[in-house]
Write a protein that binds this ligand. Structure first.
Ligand code: DGL
Length: 258
């Protein structure tokens, strides 16, 4: 049984890492669309097109489940992929919402994500159904910060405060990291706002897979593909999942007609 996972870049590796730990026997194929990162400032149509192309590429490995390890793609392309693929398709939004509902005591939840994710209101509309007060904020500088490897220290703290101080002042007790890049800033966020419960999609998704009774057996194969060379991707991959998992660059033309 094999799983396909995709993201625009390194963010989804946080999901890859958790799934690898939870399902050591599964064969896992990861695609980081590094040639076209970021997705978070693109239009809905473009995000859908990229997501369909990523899904089709991963389907060529005969995967039995697809995980959209990108909030932006989950917000726009989940329904379409679910309707068109005959395998389970799991996004990161529902698991994040379920975890936030478990965490919040005062029913005030903050959601941060890319501009596209926040614009889609994907989290807000689900949380509202449970009567939660939702405070959202797009944090467009977080993805380039993470892709540059600046995840702690003075600059990271300054930028985190710039986006989050106002949100925290609303009295939220739970913060959803609605972008798979953001868990790499989690320690800085925790340091600045230690009272917040933080929802990290990479952990939320493994709980969700267990609840849905999805289990994966295989030979424990791991493959990571990227659509363009990226030193930072390689560095983070080695840091997050080790350097014994091969990284292969593929031509973007394998995903789409250029
Ligand atoms: N990691 C992605 C997400 O969860 C997208 C980052 C980006 O490409 O803008 O939204």
């Amino acid at each position: 049984m094999s799983i396909g996972i995709f993201d625009s870049g390194i963010g989804g590796l946080t999901v890859f890492r958790e799934i690898s730990k939870e399902f050591p026997q599964a064969d896992i194929y990861y695609l980081g669309d590094t040639a076209r990162v970021p997705y978070g400032n693109k239009s809905k149509e473009t995000v859908i097109r990229y997501s369909v192309e990523a899904a089709n590429y991963l389907r060529s490995f005969g995967i039995n489940a697809l995980i959209i390890a990108c909030n932006t793609a989950s917000s726009y392309a989940l329904d379409l992929l679910r309707a068109n693929l005959d395998i389970p398709v799991i996004g990161v939004v529902e698991p994040g919402v379920e975890t936030a509902l478990k965490y919040t005591k005062n029913r005030k939840v903050g959601v941060i994500g890319t501009s596209a994710t926040i614009r889609s209101n994907s989290y807000k509309s689900l949380l509202k159904k449970s009567g939660i007060s939702v405070y959202q904020k797009a944090c467009p500088l977080f993805v380039p910060l993470v892709e540059e490897g600046i995840v702690e220290g003075e600059i990271a703290e300054l930028i985190v405060r710039e986006y989050l101080d106002g949100l925290v002042e609303k009295g939220i007790d739970t913060l959803i990291l609605g972008c798979t890049h953001y868990p790499l800033l989690k320690e800085t966020i925790k340091k600045l706002y230690p009272h917040l419960k933080i929802v990290d999609s990479s952990q939320a998704i493994t709980d969700f897979l267990h609840r849905e009774n999805l289990y994966f057996e295989g030979t424990g194969k791991r493959k990571i593909y990227i659509t363009d060379e990226s030193e930072n991707f390689e560095r983070f991959k080695n840091m997050l999942v080790g350097n014994n998992i091969p990284l292969e660059k593929i031509e973007l033309s394998r995903l789409c007609t250029l």
